[in-house]
Design a binder for this molecule. Structure first.
Ligand SMILES: [Zn+2]
Length: 162
């Protein structure tokens, strides 16, 4: 596996490339490096940066949001899928390109495939699997704390009005 050009760590979800295809583990390392002058003029660079951030956000949050949906009733898995499809829709032309027009089209296409994997994971997610018991317990505690706080606030208001 290729390593970050600056710190030599193995890049994970925060990975980033420049227009020459040089790989970095993060935006911090990316900014350490001297890039070609036209790096930010590349025709696909804005879409690349956007889909990269979209993907990082989704990959980090979708499990928590599924649990939220289970605990609070919102967002439902179906709503999440609709939201995800809307995100992916914006990059439709890159699906047709299939990564054949340089490094950024290649990266964007890879993100589209990863979004497809994420979509499948949301579709098959079942709370009964309890794959993440700790997270579930933490969210249950949070829900109970919120209810307690809301109840206290209501009681305080009743006392004030009485
Ligand atoms: Zn690095």
């Amino acid at each position: 596996m290729k390593r970050c050009k600056v710190c030599r760590k193995k890049p994970t979800i925060e990975r980033r490339v420049n227009s020459e295809g040089v790989l970095f583990c993060s935006t911090d390392c990316y900014e350490e490096w001297e890039h070609p002058a036209d790096d930010c003029d590349h025709p696909y660079v804005n879409d690349y940066e956007m889909i990269r951030l979209d993907y990082i956000k989704w990959a980090k949050n979708y499990i928590v949001r599924l649990y939220e949906g289970f605990i609070y009733g919102y967002p439902s898995p179906r709503y999440l899928l609709e939201e995800l499809d809307e995100v992916v829709e914006a990059y439709y032309q890159y699906r047709l390109l299939e990564g054949r027009d340089g490094i950024y089209s290649e990266e964007i296409h890879t993100y589209l495939l990863k979004f497809g994997e994420l979509r499948a994971a949301i579709q098959s997610w079942k709370v009964e699997d309890h794959q993440n018991k700790r997270l579930f317990k933490a969210m249950e505690r949070e829900r109970n704390a919120r209810w307690t706080k809301a109840k206290e606030e209501l009681e305080a208001r009743w006392l004030e009005e009485a």
